[in-house]
Design a protein around this ligand. Sequence first.
Ligand code: ADP
Ligand code: MG
Length: 330
Amino acid sequence: MSELRFEGVTVRYGRALTAVDGVDLTVPSGQVVGLVGESGSGKSTLARAAVGLAELAGGRILLDGVPLRDRRPLQMVFQDPYSSLDPRMTIGDSIAEAAAKGPRGARRDEVARLLELVGLDADRASTYPGALSGGQRQRVAIARALAGRPEVLIADEITSALDVSIQGTVLNLVRTLQRELRLSMLFISHNLAVVRYVSDIVAVMYLGRIVEAGPARDVLGNPQHPYTKELLAAAPRRGSTSLPPPDEALRLVADAEPADPHHPPAGCRFHPRCPIGPLIRTDREHCLTLDPTTEADHRLHRAACHHAAGVLRAVGSNPPVLKELKEDLQ
Ligand code: ADP
Ligand code: MG
């Protein structure tokens, strides 16, 4: 078990684009942090930074308090199960390649163990990815990630490319494995319904920043940031497939310009779309100039909004004592 911690992590593409901007986020040992946000908000870039595929322009990434150098304890599963496996290799060889070196027989046994772990017959080892469905390929990609015996698993949109009918079984598999193997997991999806299903902690990302984070039941049951509320309003409710009608205020901001990460707005980055901001409330000019990003990282539930309610307010008052906050959240 291991804790993965992002401290002030910034990642840039060229000079013009800051895709991840000073992110603080902790994945506690053995827990699932669900990272949600619309396309382009920087989720994949944060994941890629963790596994060493994107260079840090600032901040650091720690595993159990130690800066990451060797990425071996971290493994990642990607969105596309078609491109993540080599079509010329049998799935057994693909998995064996990712497993620790050892005598042939031991590796064969390890491949069989991993295939069974992800719900595939061990005798499928000699098949090629081309003969498998999308869901089966994603199971192989998960087995391959587990072959590295990771302590932390990063899952980036792993069900997004799959047929809706099999998304649930893959989600169940991941959740079961996470618990059985006591993995720490950063689970990324643009789909709040999917994130809600697997997460202990939910973090919401918008234009390169975490705008709200906390225990899943608090963030989803008592969302503070207007963007989180917008995501919740757009997500299908549990057990329902139809979308609820948009709220009046949301309709007002629906025509706003989409977020452009090359030119993030000053002040609160969400203000051009915010249903409780200066677009609707002319007295809220400070949202145009004052950045509400919270530094209160020790809070259980944090929201980067000038108008988040009570103790969760991000700026102004002194950070509340953790004990009081805990009581407040109960
Ligand atoms: P998400 O996973 O939330 O959709 P990404 O991390 O993929 O977001 O992208 C964040 C921003 O960085 C987007 O504006 C995207 O266009 C840009 N971006 C992502 N990858 C690259 C890259 N390799 N080169 C340049 N820009 C990139
Ligand atoms: Mg992505």
